[in-house]
Every structure is written in C-alpha cells, then in structure tokens.
Design a protein. Sequence first.
Length: 203
Amino acid sequence: MIKRGIDIFVSLSALIVLSPLLLLIMALIALKLGRPVFFTQIRPGKGAQPFRMVKFRTMTNERNEKGELLPNEKRMTAFGSFLRSTSLDELPELFNVLKGDMSLVGPRPLLMEYLPWFTEEQNRRHSVRPGITGWSQVNGRNAIGWDRKLELDIWYVNNRTFWLDLKILFLTVRKVILRDGITHEGSVSMPRFDEYMQQKKYQ
C-alpha cells in the first residue's frame, strides 16, 4: 500500500508540474511526425493481464509500396531519437501509473506475444506491477542481452524494497542525464525476444 500511495502521489504531482512540457511535446510531435501524437500498445501487466500502455510517438508511419511499415531505422527521425535518448517519450506512462496499470519501479512491460516464450522462472517478473523504470534499466537497459535483462528483472522481484526502489529512481535520473544504454548496438531498438528465442532454440 505504501508503494501504491507513493506511485499515485509522485505520478499525479509530476503530471501537474510537467503539464506545460507535455503539451509542448504533443505540439511538436503533431508538427514533426503527424498524428496521433501518442503510441499505444497492449502489454502484459501484473499477473500477465493485458493493459494499454501509452507513450509519445517517436516514429513516422512511412510505408513501402505494399503498404507495409518501413523498418524502425528508416522511420526514426532526429526528433524521435531525441525523445528516446532523453526518455521524454516515456512520460505519458505516468498516466498508466496513476491508473494502477504500472508502478514507477518494476520490470518493464514487454510484448504480449513474448509470453509463451518465458520460462516459469522468467514469468515471475509478472508477479509485480511493471514499471516505468527498473533494475535492468539502470544496469544496461537496451545495451544488454535478453538473458541478462530477464535475470535482473527476477532479481528485483526477489529483492524489492522501498530503499531499492529509491536507489533505482536515483540511478534512472543519472542514466537519463547521461543518455546511457538507450539503444541496442546496431539498432534503434532492442531485438525481439521471440526472434531471439527462436534463434537460440536452433543453435
């Protein structure tokens, strides 16, 4: 209950204080990337129950002649890259925290289609609310591999305390300022977990 109370207080306070910045970002996204300004996606929450996570949009909707979206690298703009590197694209997730879908600190919510690929141990990451930031985010974020990322998530679930959450929040601010671990080597985003597991299966 204490954790949930802190989540509500901090997320509500941040949304009020940051409202001018949020409105500015929304206007710039509409101008530079078009509408909609938000990117929403169904993600697994506590107990792997689906919820709609909201972020600021960082890519265009450019498509090829077949109507298929172009690769992420070709749809990412300088402005979108700036939003990601500063983690400003994550700010709308404060609404998810306020609603109760997420917490300030916890394992990052991944994709619904990854669920069948998790081991029983890895599925324990869903025993707590997913977070805007987490232990794996302050220990490498997208710069580390899937095995290590999930290992760190489970470590957090097993060792979570109020003081650990404070430490993670402090380290998150430091990571954001330094723009450390934002992207995976050779890509603007982390490789898909299901594709990684398929490759690992046949190695």
